[in-house]
Ligand binder design. Structure first.
Ligand SMILES: Nc1ncnc2c1ncn2[C@@H]1O[C@H](COP(=O)(O)OP(=O)(O)OP(=O)(O)O)[C@@H](O)[C@H]1O
Ligand SMILES: [Mg+2]
Length: 254
């Protein structure tokens, strides 16, 4: 694909590949995601979905191919540089401050990204502007009643919501979500799907999702990965109707 960054794409992948020894985990993936799009990546276990995310975020170097963010070739950039360019992904809840409240964690995440001076002797939450931003974020993902609760007292589902919340605190223009609904109850899945769907369209979302209902509900377009390659791409309706996809991926569900 020539001129992969042209056409105003948020993200463009140009024949991206990753081999582990003899295994071609990601085998020449090209795709383009337009700004503001919600794109789901689905595919069977071991299809290469998480590896592809790690290549996009820079956690792993590519074996070959190019990654472009808003036309800029970021293939050689380390992950922290990609974060600075607006690429966000969910935090591991274990890296947070479990004894602090949800709001305090959000304020700390906001402080971390605003490159303000972190004044250690000031109580967390003493800055009105930051507290207001935290309040706004809490409302956006349905945690409005949980601001004063410490992380250790949250349910698993609520902790996943907090992960999303903290990823948003870095004000990403592109958000990568790897199975955000894994381990959640059906009601919690619906809540998280609603949160993702309700995100501002200034944020482009790339979502790996095993739950078909969530993937088809949230995404405008779906890419199906199989054996490290894009097997199909289209609207949820097109993907549902694709006989190859049904055979290889949805077969067990029909
Ligand atoms: N660091 C690694 N070293 C060696 N092989 C790896 C590594 N990471 C992934 N693999 C292999 O690459 C293939 C793709 O794995 P990957 O985790 O990307 O799949 P996935 O689509 O995310 O699967 P799942 O749906 O189970 O999360 C698998 O065969 C996996 O065993
Ligand atoms: Mg995975």
């Amino acid at each position: 694909m020539d001129g992969a960054g042209g056409g105003g794409w948020c993200l463009a992948l140009d024949a991206v590949a990753k081999t582990f020894g003899g295994l071609r985990a990601v085998d020449g993936v090209s795709l383009q995601v337009r700004p503001g799009e919600r794109r789901a990546i689905i595919g069977p276990n071991g299809a290469g979905k998480t590896t592809l995310f790690n290549l996009i975020s820079g956690e792993l170097p590519v074996t070959s191919g190019r990654v472009l963010l808003f036309g800029q070739d970021i293939t050689a950039l380390p992950s922290f540089r990609r974060t600075a360019l607006g690429m966000g992904r969910t935090y591991q809840i274990t890296n947070l401050f479990p004894q602090l409240t949800v709001r305090e964690n959000v304020v700390l995440a906001l402080l971390g990204t605003h490159s303000r001076k972190f004044v250690m002797h000031r109580p967390v939450g003493g800055d009105r502007d930051l507290v207001e931003q935290a309040h706004h974020l809490l409302h956006g993902v349905g945690l409005r009643d949980k601001g004063d609760v410490t992380l250790t007292r949250l349910s698993y589902g609520e902790q996943r919501q907090v992960e999303l919340l903290l990823a948003l605190a870095s004000k990403p223009t592109m958000l990568l979500l790897d199975e955000p609904t894994a381990g959640l109850s059906p009601a919690e899945r619906r809540g998280l799907a609603a949160s993702v769907r309700g995100l501002d369209t200034s944020i482009t979302v790339l979502l790996i999702e095993h739950d078909m209902d969530v993937a088809f509900e949230v995404a405008e377009r779906v890419s199906v990965l199989h054996l490290g390659r894009v097997l199909a791409e289209g609207t949820p309706e097109e993907i549902r109707a694709d006989p190859q996809v049904q055979q290889i991926y949805l077969g067990t569900a029909h």
